[in-house]
Design a protein around this ligand. Structure first.
Ligand code: NAP
Length: 304
């Protein structure tokens, strides 16, 4: 009797693509600094410290330093949500007016009691490098260039960089949040895929995933997608980040899925590293756009 080795999916790792993006960003940063006398700048606003947000913050500040982007951490402390909302608004107005700050990200999730609306109402869309402002969301919806959320961008970049054909593909996105699921869906539609968006009210999730050439899991539910729910040869992008027994896992049951899929992202090590590298690229693009606007309208957007 011959024992056949199970097929195993190609691993779509984020680190090599992220390294390429960071190298390009470092060179763009140097060129920008040469032309404008200072590098692009990023401000990371953290509203209420928590262990995961501090780990994320350290990672992003380090990544900025490695490519020459100036970065600052803006702490909005407190446990009174009304006072904290007012402080957050004031911090965003100050950063909007600071011409050394090219991009702003506000660490999510916000503490309970502080709505996303506070950020949306205050952040300058030109500095909104994670694409949460309605202007950027609207530009994406209409198919124009704006800032898209870095995670959604990373999911698409992973597909494109891995040579996956998007035009004509059947794609299923699991998750409909404004920061991940919906922007991914709009980008896939723009790329020519036929897209189904699933969520908690979807009646038969497996019936949808089983006919998908591309599955994007962004639900935040460990083990939600198993190999039995996939079409053989599908490409699976796992955006989920969940902590189970102290380990980080995605939304896809990796072991069963890799036996059926043609390609799959690991968690950790897939979409995550790409997200961070793309955020840096967004900072540079913001700085370049603001420099063009300043040249077009001298005196607007602060001195120097
Ligand atoms: P979210 O706001 O909680 O949205 C989750 C979405 O998934 C919702 O639309 C929800 O449906 C849907 N969903 C939840 N359980 C489901 C189920 N059993 N079946 C079908 N749909 C289900 O989360 P998010 O901010 O979009 O983030 C999604 C995941 O991505 C999380 O794990 C998050 O940690 C991760 N993430 C990763 C990165 C990265 O860099 N890799 C960055 C950001 C977020 P309803 O709308 O019906 O509730």
């Amino acid at each position: 009797m011959t024992v056949q080795a199970s097929p195993s999916a190609r691993l779509l790792e984020g680190a090599p693509i992220a390294a390429e993006i960071r190298a390009r960003v470092a060179s763009d940063v140097a060129e920008f600094a040469g032309a404008h006398g200072r590098p692009p700048g990023l401000a990371v606003v953290v509203c209420g410290r928590s262990a995961p947000s501090m780990v994320y913050l350290e990672r992003i500040l380090k990544a900025c330093a490695a490519v020459g982007i100036e970065s600052q951490f803006v702490d909005v402390p407190g446990d009174d949500s009304a006072a904290q909302s007012a402080q957050l608004t004031a911090a965003l107005h100050r950063l909007n007016a600071d011409s050394s700050v090219s991009g702003i990200i506000v660490q999510m999730p916000l503490p309970p009691g502080i709505g996303l609306r506070v950020v949306v109402d205050a952040i300058d869309p030109l500095k909104d490098i994670d694409g949460i402002h309605p202007l950027n969301a609207g530009l994406l919806r209409l198919g124009y260039e704006g800032f898209v959320p870095a995670t959604a961008h990373a999911a698409l970049e992973m597909l494109e960089h891995s040579g996956v054909t998007i035009p004509g593909a059947e794609a299923v996105v699991i998750g409909r949040s404004p920061v991940v699921g919906m922007p991914v869906a709009f980008m896939l539609v723009k790329g020519g895929a036929t897209v189904t968006v699933c969520h908690t009210k979807t009646r038969d999730l497996a019936a949808h995933t089983r006919r998908a050439d591309i599955v994007i899991a962004a639900a935040g539910r460990p083990g939600l997608i198993t190999g039995a729910m996939l079409k053989p040869g599908a490409v699976v992008i796992d955006v989920g980040i969940n902590v189970v027994d102290g380990r980080i896992v995605g939304d896809v049951d990796f072991e069963s899925a890799r036996e059926v899929a043609a390609a799959i992202t690991p968690v950790p090590g897939g979409v995550g590293p790409l997200t961070n590298a793309l955020l840096l690229a967004h900072v540079v693009r913001a700085a370049q756009r603001q420099a063009v606007e300043r040249t077009a309208a001298p005196g607007v957007g602060g001195a120097s």
